[in-house]
Design a protein around this ligand. Structure first.
Ligand code: RIB
Ligand code: CA
Length: 297
């Protein structure tokens, strides 16, 4: 049984990641920690609380960073995740409890120290909380089982021609996290873009029970942003599947750095030195999407 902390900016594909997690008895969710990204942190935290209630997830929700370490926060991608961050799904009718007390990065430190060698942090938003945790407690680098990140782009970006959103949203945080001496697995766009939940698959899922209906409903707005695919991309789900089904990926192990200035800001690049990172460079996207559908249905 793996113990997980999910650091997230919900986000439609983040919601699908939580749906997938709920269906996996081998993954125990210790906490959901929130971060700005797909919306401001008030909204991503509200969405995490909504998802906890809607999906009956027995985990605390800790609010995290409102903006990057050193830069102003960029605009929210409402054209992808809607005005409410969850594809403008109707969120009424679900009673929300407040966020649990404590800052995300402090709770990450406590949980990692409480379960030495056992906790995997799965980060599917900007890496600010992880950078703050490392800054306050560098010892956690030796105490985690691993850190799995959805982020980065080696061939082409999604927010600029070079950069992927989670890294571009806080490049200094990402640079610090990739330079730390902990075991990191990076799941970049190069792999995730092939992992597509087609609209036909979503319609079929909708006939297969409550979880499938939720996957269908929450992705309707998000799928419009991926109109050319006739479906939508399972970026954040791919980070979790990288843990449960690593054989679905091709991996390159090498140091990686982050461009911190110029037009390539936020690009992930192969580096000459530094800690080695396991980069999931390609995925069997069809098999991954099928695995997602079979798991949640
Ligand atoms: O670039 C894709 C990533 O950015 C995903 O994690 C998505 O939810 C957004 O955070
Ligand atoms: Ca995300």
């Amino acid at each position: 049984m793996s113990l997980l902390i999910l650091d997230t900016d919900p986000g439609v594909d983040d919601a699908l990641a939580l749906l997938y997690l709920r269906a996996r008895a081998d993954l125990k969710l210790l906490a959901i920690t929130t971060v700005f990204g797909n919306a401001d942190v008030e909204t991503t935290t509200r969405n995490a609380l909504w998802l906890r209630a809607r999906l009956a997830l027995p985990a605390p929700v800790y609010r995290g960073a409102a903006g990057p370490l050193t830069r102003p926060r960029g605009a929210s991608p409402t054209h992808v995740h809607g005005e409410n961050g969850l594809g403008d799904l109707d969120l009424s009718g679900v009673a929300l409890s407040p966020a649990d007390p404590g800052a995300a990065h402090e709770r990450i430190i406590e949980l990692v120290r409480a379960h030495p060698g056992k906790v995997t942090i799965v980060a599917i938003g900007p890496l600010t909380n992880l950078a703050l945790a490392l800054r306050a407690a560098p010892d956690i680098a030796n105490l985690v089982a691993g850190v799995t990140i959805m982020g980065g782009a080696f061939a082409a970006g999604n927010v600029t021609p070079f950069a992927e959103a989670n890294i571009h949203n806080d490049p200094e945080a990402a640079a610090g996290v990739l330079a730390a001496p902990w075991p990191v697995t990076l799941v970049p766009l190069d792999a995730t873009l092939s992992c597509v939940l087609t609209n036909a698959d979503a319609r079929e899922l909708a006939q297969q029970g409550e979880a499938g209906r939720f996957a269908h409903d929450v992705t309707r707005g998000y799928a419009k942003a991926y109109e050319q695919l006739d479906g939508c991309v399972l970026h954040d789900v791919a980070a979790l599947v990288s843990l449960t089904r690593p054989e679905l990926f091709e991996t390159r192990v090498a140091p990686v750095s982050v461009a911190l200035s110029g037009e390539r800001l936020g690009q992930t690049v192969w580096a000459e030195s530094g800690p080695t990172i396991s980069v999931r460079l390609r995925a069997d996207g069809a098999a991954l999407a099928r695995h997602f559908r079979e798991t949640v249905a």
